[in-house]
Design a binder for this molecule. Structure first.
Ligand code: ADP
Ligand code: MG
Length: 301
């Protein structure tokens, strides 16, 4: 197969591992910086041009779209989809997962257990918004944050009010969430490929930090999921329409709750913690899928 990885940086661990895993399995692997692509949107022959060349005859793409590049990145993925190229994750699903509010609304509809969450546009009734989630302490999140940046713990009602008002004044979209203190700064990352959890790790924050993100210094180790966690992870990925997803779960007194679903989950943390060849599993999934496609002559999942 000819597989393109849409990534801004060929030297990233995840990109390098996917290239390596693809080559090991005999595929032709390319890294395409989607920000340097341009597109021709015509009825008969849509195309993508990169470094002066038409990107043709690809069997599959693996989008690794940066959090701040969702708009252009998903447009490039969509263009490949129109050209009939199979994408590891669909553009629609990537866009859906990037907005934390939209993601939580979709999961709520599916009956997935979530932290109590509030969202408002105006700041006229901040007290009411704070009450919805049970008062302070509470967590305030920018809708499009990632790597723990834009996630704030407000310990008192007054602090919560100030932070909400400050964010709203800057016109930043935020959500307000009950603080699950009993999670103890830990969460569980479940790596899902095609409705199966292929690897999972526990991340634990350090030094009194409540955010377990590895980018915030969190430590990771492999963990065995309970059947309930496994089921929640698979249901969440499916609800978002993601074939490949990193589903993050934290333990609350009510049981496991989902805090987010990532559409470009990083490979470094999970592969190092679990010693599982996750990159290889992604490539194998694509290979199985596209053979299936070719037989049927249409994309089916
Ligand atoms: P990001 O997209 O920046 O990773 P998350 O919503 O995943 O944002 O939050 C970052 C981290 O903060 C989580 O991994 C988790 O450890 C912690 N966290 C997030 N929400 C809550 C919450 N409601 N209660 C307790 N801890 C939380
Ligand atoms: Mg997260």
């Amino acid at each position: 197969m000819r597989i393109a990885i849409l990534s801004e940086d060929a030297s990233l661990y995840s990109t390098k591992r996917l290239i390596e895993a693809g080559k090991e399995r005999g595929h032709e692997m390319y890294v395409v910086n989607y920000l340097s692509c341009y597109m021709n949107i015509v009825t008969q022959k849509p195309s993508v041009v990169y470094q002066g060349q038409l990107l043709e005859n690809f069997d599959a793409i693996i989008p690794r779209i940066g959090a701040s590049r969702t708009f252009y990145g998903t447009a490039v993925v969509r263009q490949f989809e129109i050209m009939g190229v199979f994408s590891a994750n669909e553009s629609q699903s990537i866009a859906r997962s990037r907005d934390k509010l939209r993601c939580l609304q979709i999961l709520a509809r599916e009956g997935v257990r979530l932290p109590v969450t509030g969202f408002a546009h105006a700041t006229t009734d901040v007290d009411g918004l704070i009450e919805i989630v049970g008062g302070a302490p509470l967590v305030i999140k920018l809708l499009e944050g990632t790597q723990g940046i834009g996630v704030v713990l407000a310990e008192t009602h007054q602090a919560a009010k100030s932070v909400i008002e400050a964010f709203r004044k800057l016109n930043a979209n935020i959500l307000v969430q009950e603080f699950i203190e009993e999670a103890g700064g830990a969460d569980t990352r479940c790596f899902v490929i095609a409705n199966k959890v292929v690897a999972s790790m526990k991340r634990q924050s350090v030094d009194g930090e409540f955010r377990s993100n590895l980018h915030r210094g969190g430590k990771s180790e492999k963990i065995k999921l309970t059947p309930e966690e496994r089921d929640i992870a698979v249901r969440s990925a499916r609800a978002m329409g993601l074939r490949i997803a990193g589903v993050d779960i934290i333990s609350s007194n009510r049981g496991p709750v989902v805090i987010e679903v990532n559409s470009s989950p990083g490979l470094e943390g999970i592969e190092k913690a679990t010693e599982i060849d996750v990159a290889g599993k992604i490539i194998e999934f694509l290979a199985q899928h596209t053979t299936f496609d070719k037989k049927r002559g249409r994309i089916q999942y």
